[in-house]
Ligand binder design. Sequence first.
Ligand code: DI6
Ligand code: FE
Length: 413
Amino acid sequence: MTPRWDGLVVGASLATLDGDGYGAIDDGAIAWKNGLIAFVGPRADLPGSPSALAAQVIEATGWITPGLVDCHTHAVFAGDRASEFEMRLEGARYEDIARAGGGILSTVRAVRAADEDALYAQSRPRIEALRRDGVTTLEIKSGYGLDFDNERKMLRVARRFASPALDVRTTYLAAHALPPEFAGRADAYIDAAIDWLPRLHAEGLVDAVDAFCEGIGFSPAQTRRLFERARSLGLPVKLHADQLSDLDGASLAAEFDGLSADHVEHTSEAGVRAMAAAGTVAVLLPGAFHVLRETRLPPIDAFRAHGVPMAIATDCNPGTSPLLSLRQAMQLACTHFRLTPEQALRGATQHAARALGLHDRGVLRTGLRADLAVWDIRHPAELCYWLGGDLLSRAVVAGHPAYTRHVIHPSET
Ligand code: DI6
Ligand code: FE
């Protein structure tokens, strides 16, 4: 007789996040069939002995959470900007470095110079690091190509990271910075970015459209033109909104039923209300806040009061957030933004999935995707408590084994 389930994990506690709080189940069991969760509950409620129920039975310890979702990254890039880090430590400002042709444009030069294989090879260790700390769904943006061929190259490389062990979503961010060949002609550049979008979409390379709406980026009017094109193609939008100043980007994202408004440090009460009405998720990026040593906090209390879901992401990028662990972003969200560890975990799972328009994951519930992370911890708050470390013992993506830690003890070497 073939077992009813493909896989079953027993021996760990579950943080299902189903309902309020952690949705904790002590000594739990979770099973899947055809990539979807088929059973979640106390081990004592299993309808038989594990080995009779599933083709593969995994004995685990610690806690199982939904696989983590990193919903905002720029993880595909070439080179690094460690020298700008040193300049900022000497007192230079991010905006000044950008205006002097450094910043995003220095990464654009490195990306344009790299061929597809080099870009893939340089990005791979970052994506592996994110996976090793529990990420099972990863969003990756373009935005360092800034011409048709190089934006396409970035999106193609990003898509190459999709595998049975990692679900990848790609976002078109050509409106990230003005490339030198369009200096002084931002409107003409937006026209070009609008022209490239349907061509890249036709190649199946675009899941969503984003822009950097900022004094050093693009104006609300320019962003709006791009978003109108996205809407006409049926593509959802997200926005780098109100990071360094309040251009009311949050309201603009909400006006287009945006999946998310991201950064949002300077978002006003009116912006928060607009997001609440539109169901737009606030994506908090405490890595950039930390690295830029910002002091203006996102309006966390207003998001809570208006029921705006808060997601957390790494913003992994070479300039403002060279952050290779979503768990570390959760830690920073707790220390800098005063999220509770439970809110941070929900922010990196359920709400992050929603920020990508995904409603089939982020919670451990029958019928949803079997995306799981198994952690060596005694309490879920430890996910936000440790700075660094190696807590992930196993990950499962849509029922596929995605990660198993192999520890080599000194006695074996
Ligand atoms: N905001 C960010 O945090 C990244 N892009 C953006 O618009 C930073 C990108 C970079 O500095 O390379
Ligand atoms: Fe970003």
